[in-house]
Design a protein around this ligand. Structure first.
Ligand code: 5AD
Ligand code: SF4
Length: 422
C-alpha cells in the first residue's frame, strides 16, 4: 500500500513539472512516506528526518506522510521544527496545498475519506505489475495492531472507480493486477441500486480485460475467505495459484489474546477448500513471534502449523508493542532475547520449506511474467505464478510479457530458468 501511495505522490509531482532526483541536496521537495506498524520503522523515520534536514537545501520543502505522520501529528513539528508538512495516509492528496503555499505549515491527519484516490492525477504509464487499492483501513481489531488507528475503519472504493483504474492500468502497460487492501477480502461495496459487489466481482470483471493476464490480491483475513472468492480459484485461470493469508500464530491461546477469533481447524478447513478449488495453490503467511504470554509450547505450535501448511514465502516479525494497542499493556511481555531466538528458529524453518518448494519446481515449465532486466542489464527477471523470482540468463527483450520458462535450478531465494522451446 505504501509503494502504491508513493507512486501516486510521484505522479502528482510529475504533473506539476517536478522531476525525481537521487540527491537530497538537489531536491526542492522531500517527502518521507512512513510506516508505523512496528516501532523500528517509526524510529527510523526520525533518524532519517534528521539526516535529510542536515543535507537538504535550506529552502527545500520537507515533510512526512503516511502512518507515522498520523501517529505523531503535530508532535512531529516539535521534534523537527524545520518540517513543512505532516499528512496522514488519507490526506496526502493535500500536498498541492503546500506547493501553492510554501510558507505555511500544513498538518492534516484526518481519516474517513478515500478522496485521495480520485483527486490526484492518474499515472500516465503503469508498471507491468500494477497495484490497485480497493479498500483501506481495517475493522478487525487485532490487539497488537496500530493499523485500525492509523488507517481507520474499513472503507471500500466503488466498483466503478476500481474498474476505471484497472482498465486505465491495462491500457497503459499493466499485465498483472494486484488488488490491495489491509483487509482486501473484506471488500464490500453497495451501489445506489442496492447491488452489492465483492472482491470476486472485481476479479471476474478484471479477467475480461485482454491485456491483463494475471490477477492476485493481498492481504486476506482468513475468516473472510468466502465461498464466492474461493470459487474464483477454480473458475478463473487468470487468478494466480498463490494467496497471502496470514495466520500470525499457531497457538489457539495466543490467537485468542491477539483477538483473531478463528480456530486452527477452521483455518485448515479454508485451506482445504482452497486446495480443492485449485489443487496447485500455495499459501504464504505473516507470523508474529514473542506475543505477550507466548510460551515455548505456543511457539512450538507455530512451527507445527508452518510444517503442516508448508507456507512458501512468508514474513515473520518479532512482536513490537505499539502505542494505544491492547497488547502493549498485557502482562508477560516476552524479553527481547527470546523473541530474537524464536524469530531465528521460525525463519530457519520457513526458509527450509521455501527452499524445498523451490527445488521441487526444478524441471517444471511455468508461464512467467517478464518484469524487466536485472541490475546488470544482462539478464532477465521473471516472476512465476507463485511469485518466485526466476533469473533467465538471456539478453533482455522489451517485448516479452508472459513466457513459458523451464526451471533449471533453485535455491531459497530464487530460481534459474530458460525460455522453453516447446
Ligand atoms: N508487531 C509485530 N508485527 C506486527 N504486525 C502488525 N503489527 C505488529 C506488531 N505490533 C505484522 C503482522 C501483519 C504485518 C503487516 O505486520 O504480521 O500481518
Ligand atoms: Fe492489523 Fe491485519 Fe489485524 Fe487488521 S487484520 S488489525 S490490519 S493485523
Amino acid at each position: 500500500m505504501n509503494v502504491y501511495d508513493g507512486w501516486r505522490i510521484a505522479a502528482m509531482l510529475d504533473a506539476r513539472g517536478l522531476a525525481a532526483t537521487d540527491k537530497i541536496s538537489d531536491a526542492d521537495i522531500i517527502i518521507l512516506n512512513t510506516c508505523a506498524v512496528r516501532e523500528k520503522a517509526t524510529n527510523k523515520v526520525f533518524s532519517e528526518l534528521g539526516r535529510v534536514r542536515d543535507e537538504k537545501k535550506s529552502d527545500a520543502l520537507f515533510g512526512i506522510v503516511g502512518c507515522v505522520a498520523r501517529e505523531v501529528g503535530a508532535g512531529a513539528f516539535r521534534r523537527i521544527p524545520e518540517l513543512n508538512f505532516v499528512l496522514g495516509p488519507q490526506s496526502y492528496h493535500r500536498l498541492p496545498d503546500i506547493l501553492d503555499n510554501p510558507d505555511a505549515r500544513l498538518l492534516n491527519i484526518d481519516l474517513g475519506g478515500l478522496e485521495k484516490f480520485d483527486e490526484l492525477p492518474q499515472m500516465t504509464s503503469s508498471p507491468v505489475v500494477s497495484y490497485i487499492p480497493i479498500q483501506e483501513g481495517c475493522n478487525h481489531c487485532c490487539t497488537y495492531c496500530i493499523v485500525p488507528y492509523t488507517r481507520g475503519r474499513e472503507l471500500s472504493r466503488s466498483f466503478d472507480d476500481v474498474m476505471r483504474d484497472t482498465i486505465a492500468a491495462a491500457k497503459t502497460g499493466a499485465v498483472e493486477i494486484c488488488f490491495l487492501g489491509q483487509n482486501v477480502n473484506g471488500y464490500k461495496y453497495t451501489d445506489e441500486n442496492g447491488r452489492e459487489f465483492r472482491l470476486s466481482d472485481l476479479i471476474r470483471e478484471t479477467a475480461k480485460i485482454p491485456e491483463i493476464k494475471r490477477i492476485r490480491f493481498t492481504s486476506s483475513y482468513p475468516t473472510e475467505m468466502t465461498d464466492d472468492l474461493i470459487q474464483m480459484f477454480s473458475i478463473e485461470p487468470k487468478l494466480l495459484p498463490f494467496l497471502n493469508m496470514p495466520i500470525q500464530s499457531g497457538a489457539p491461546d495466543v490467537l485468542k489474546r491477539m483477538n483473531r477469533p478463528y480456530s486452527l481447524d477452521g483455518y485448515m478447513d479454508i485451506i482445504n477448500k482452497l486446495r480443492l478449488a485449485r489443487p496447485d495453490i500455495q499459501i504464504s503467511s505473516d507470523f508474529i513471534v514473542g506475543f505477550p504470554g507466548e510460551s515455548d509450547s505456543d511457539f512450538e505450535q507455530t512451527l507445527e502449523i508452518a510444517n503442516r501448511v508448508r507456507y512458501i514465502n512468508s514474513y515473520s516479525f518479532k512482536y513490537s508493542p505499539r502505542p494505544r494497542t491492547a497488547a502493549a499493556i498485557m502482562p508477560n511481555q516476552i524479553p527481547e532475547n527470546i523473541k530474537k531466538e524464536r524469530l531465528a528458529i521460525l525463519d530457519a524453518r520457513l526458509g527450509e520449506i521455501q527452499r524445498e518448494f523451490n527445488e521441487g519446481c526444478v524441471g517444471r515449465t511455468m508461464p512467467c511474467l517478464y518484469e524487466g532486466p536485472d541490475k546488470t542489464g544482462k539478464y532477465m527477471i521473471f516472476r512465476t505464478p507463485y511469485m518466485q523470482q526466476c533469473i533467465v540468463k538471456d539478453s533482455p527483450r522489451a517485448d516479452y510479457k508472459i513466457l513459458n520458462i523451464k526451471i533449471t535450478a533453485a535455491n531459497k531465494a530464487s530460481l534459474r530458468g530458460e525460455i522453453s522451446q516447446d
